[in-house]
Every structure is written in structure tokens, then in C-alpha cells.
Design a protein around this ligand. Structure first.
Ligand SMILES: Cc1cc2nc3c(=O)[nH]c(=O)nc-3n(C[C@H](O)[C@H](O)[C@H](O)COP(=O)(O)OP(=O)(O)OC[C@H]3O[C@@H](n4cnc5c(N)ncnc54)[C@H](O)[C@@H]3O)c2cc1C
Length: 396
């Protein structure tokens, strides 16, 4: 018996089980069309209206359990929200911090911290959009970070510097990673670091200086300078010295969510490129009739579909409470690579018009390029896979 397989339209090919979420987020995003994002980008502004609407609709509280006022959804559903924002031409970079930072508080915070913050975050009254890890002199080598938090009575006193810390100017709280025990005194180099809730409304100007970093992708990101910043001791999250481990849990969620954003970008590039390739006529035929134009798009599309499978695996493992480091890292890597390949193919398909701001391709091209570097660079994922999955000798 022979069966004929016909692909449904691109939209219907997306996971139907999340159709309600997709429809609702798309509906919201339809009020923030290309022109909105283009203007925000040109003005190097923050998409306040969009973030306000997403918050008011409850989407940023997706992963907050119902007992704290959220919707109690999983990482899979949260990832669909961010995927759709990017697929509709927007940029989830303005909001994604809230999804995974909240998880760190949920898993490791005290009941008092959760009761104080989570219902207000769920209601949109407070924002927990920032996480301060990276430092200018130590970069990816997190265990060598130099920012210290020293306990003095009922406070910790913080000194040091961070770089590339995002959304600080649009957040009320930040999760900060700092050293509480010198590295030389720790059994393991990743011991002796702790995480804290920093109330940015209290801290800025009183020990914390924020210096914006203008950048290629209009990402609200900053240098932070800590000069005897005092944090109440009760703002320590979990146990002192275990902060690196706590942060890692959140990073798996972050990587999976970023993978979903890249998948959204990837579909956006393929949609735009194929539409243009069908319409643009050169040498008396649509450019999409040329295999030289078709093949890079077909290749990129396959890469996106394949990366998407790994994204769903990471979501399923995370939501089942299983270890998901390998899947989360691989999903982020594959999806970032696929969206970049799609971006390149889309730009090339548009020829000169790909460079014109009004087509939005160059904006999305810049935006999706970020994910090869942040939140973790491609080389670091490759070395993680080599060392932890292939059991090759550690390279650094
Ligand atoms: C727009 C933006 C937003 C960001 N937001 C945040 C944020 O909110 N919070 C936060 O904490 N950080 C944030 N970051 C920082 C980001 O996570 C880091 O930039 C990223 O992890 C890379 O670190 P680095 O820039 O210090 O690069 P480095 O560590 O200096 O590395 C530079 C290059 O060398 C490579 N490299 C380094 N060591 C090795 C090695 N052993 N083997 C092979 N290659 C190696 C890296 O892969 C990279 O390509 C952001 C960055 C950007 C650009």
C-alpha cells in the first residue's frame, strides 16, 4: 500500500498541542508589528509597551506555580511563548530573564522570599529580569570571578564589577553571583560562591553604579560597579557557598528557552525568505525557482526542524525533573546555529534589499547572531559535550 505524504502549511506543522498558547501570543504580538520593533531598534529604546502587554496578559508568570499567583505551566509552554514572540518578528531578549530567574528563586529561595516576591512578580508589580554573573576580567571562567560578598553582621558587603548584565534598568531585582569564600580555601573551585537577591531600587546610587553598554542588538545591557554595596543577609538565596550549583539549574532553563527563541527566529527567516523568493522576479522567473536559491533555504529549514526536536527533548526532561544539561546545551547550540544559517540564507535571498532596514531582515539577522555568544558561547558548549558526553580529557 502506498501512502502520499503531504506537508501541511508551515504554521500547522508547529506542535499542535500548544495551539492555544500560540494563538494567544500571536494575537498579542499582532499589536506589535514589524514597524514597532523597527522603531524601538532605531531609537535604541526598550520595548516598554510590548513588555507591559506581555506581563499584563500573564505570560511572564507562566512558570510561577499557581499557589504564588502564576499559571503553573512548564518550561515547554514558557518556551512556546518566547518562540512565538520571535517568530512574530519580535525580540524575547527584552523579557526572557523573568522566566528563568524566577525559577532560581522558586527552587532555592526560602518560603519567606518566595511569598514576598513571587505573587508580586506574577501580578506584574515587580520584575526579576536580571542575573549578574559575567565579569570583565574573567569572562567564561566563572569560578575565578572576583566580585566578593563579605558578611558583616546582618549584611553582606559587595565589591567588584560585572559586565553585560541585561535588563538592569528595567528590573526591580537582580540575582547576583559573588564569591563568599576565597577560591583557595575551597575544596572545589566552584564552591564558595553564593547568590543574592539585590533590590535594584535600593542599590542603585548606594553602592551600585550602572553604566549602559550600547551594542549591536539593542539589548538593554550594562556594566555594574559595586562599591561597598550592602545587602541584607536575608537576601542570600539558599545556602552560602552553593550559589554556582543553583545558578547552573537556571542556566539549563535559560538555554532551552533561548533555543526556542532561535527556533522562532529560524521560522521567521524561512517564512520571509520563501515569500520573497516566490515573488521576486529576475531573468523572467521567480528567484525561488533557482536551485541556488532554494537549496540554502531547504538546508536551513531542515536544521531548524532537527534542532527543534532537541529543544522538545530538553523541555520534556526539565519538566519531568530529570537531569537535562546535555539536552539543554545541545538544543541551544543546534538552534542558535540553525537560526544563524537561516538568517544568512534569508539575507542572501533578499539580495540588496536584505540590508534595507524596512525589510527587518538585517535587524533579525543581528539579533539572532547574539545567540552564538550569549548566554554561552558555542565553543564552551562544544567542550562541554566533548568532556561530559564523549569523555574526552578536559581542555581547560
Ligand atoms: C548582549 C549580551 C547580553 C548578555 N547578558 C548577560 C547577562 O544578563 N548576565 C550575565 O551574567 N552575562 C551576560 N552576558 C555575557 C555572556 O554570557 C558572555 O559574553 C559569554 O558567556 C561569553 O563570555 P565573554 O564575553 O567573557 O567571552 P570570553 O570568555 O572572553 O571568551 C571569548 C571567546 O573565546 C572563546 N573561549 C574562551 N575560552 C575558551 C576555551 N577554553 N576554549 C575555546 N574557546 C574559548 C569563547 O568561546 C569566546 O568565543 C551577555 C552578553 C551579551 C553580548
Amino acid at each position: 500500500m502506498s501512502a502520499t505524504f503531504t506537508f501541511p502549511p508551515l504554521d500547522a506543522r508547529l506542535d499542535a498541542s500548544h495551539a492555544d498558547i500560540r494563538d494567544a501570543v500571536r494575537d498579542l504580538c499582532s499589536h506589535y508589528p514589524d514597524e514597532y520593533w523597527r522603531k524601538v531598534d532605531e531609537a535604541r529604546a526598550f520595548p516598554d509597551d510590548f513588555v507591559g502587554a506581555l506581563t499584563a496578559a500573564g505570560w511572564l508568570a507562566a512558570m510561577i506555580p499557581e499557589e504564588y499567583g502564576g499559571s503553573g505551566l512548564g518550561l515547554a509552554e514558557a518556551s512556546v511563548v518566547l518562540e512565538e514572540v520571535n517568530r512574530c518578528g519580535g525580540n524575547s531578549g527584552a523579557v526572557h530573564g523573568q522566566m528563568y530567574n524566577m525559577g532560581t528563586l522558586l527552587r532555592h529561595g526560602s518560603e519567606a522570599q518566595k511569598r514576598a516576591l513571587l505573587p508580586k512578580i506574577a501580578a506584574g508589580e515587580l520584575r526579576l529580569q536580571s542575573m549578574g554573573v559575567t565579569e570583565p576580567t574573567t569572562g567564561t571562567d566563572t569560578s575565578r570571578l572576583k566580585t566578593t560578598a563579605v558578611k558583616q553582621g546582618d549584611r553582606y558587603v559587595v565589591n567588584g564589577q560585572k559586565v553585560w548584565i541585561s535588563r538592569v534598568r528595567h528590573s526591580d531585582y537582580m540575582i547576583l553571583l559573588a564569591r563568599t569564600t576565597p577560591r583557595e580555601q575551597c575544596a572545589k573551585k566552584t564552591d564558595g560562591m553564593s547568590i543574592f537577591l539585590v533590590d535594584l531600587r535600593e542599590a542603585v546610587g548606594k553602592g551600585l553604579t550602572v553604566r549602559p553598554i550600547p551594542n549591536m542588538v539593542n539589548h538593554e545591557t550594562n556594566e555594574l560597579f559595586f562599591d561597598n554595596l550592602e545587602i541584607p543577609a536575608e537576601n542570600l538565596i539558599g545556602e552560602e557557598g552553593r550559589g554556582f550549583r543553583y545558578i547552573l539549574d537556571g542556566l539549563n532553563a535559560e538555554r532551552t528557552l533561548i533555543a526556542a527563541e532561535c527556533i522562532g527566529d529560524g521560522y521567521w527567516f524561512i517564512d520571509r525568505a520563501t515569500a520573497y523568493a516566490r515573488d521576486r522576479v529576475v531573468f523572467d522567473r521567480p528567484i525561488g525557482q533557482n536551485q541556488g536559491v532554494q537549496f540554502p533555504l531547504a538546508e536551513a529549514y531542515m536544521e531548524i526542524e532537527a534542532a527543534n526536536l532537541m529543544r522538545w527533548r530538553a523541555c520534556a526532561q526539565f519538566d519531568a525533573g530529570l537531569p537535562c544539561g546535555p539536552a539543554a546545551n545541545m538544543a541551544k547550540h543546534l538552534a542558535a546555529k540553525a537560526s544563524w544559517e537561516a538568517a544568512n540564507a534569508c539575507l542572501q535571498t533578499h539580495g540588496g534589499f536584505g540590508f534595507a532596514c524596512e525589510y527587518d531582515v538585517e535587524r533579525k539577522f543581528r539579533e539572532t547572531r547574539l545567540y552564538q555568544v550569549a548566554p554561552i558561547s558555542t565553543n564552551l558548549i562544544l567542550s562541554y559535550v566533548a568532556e561530559h558526553l564523549l569523555e574526552l580529557p578536559r581542555s581547560f
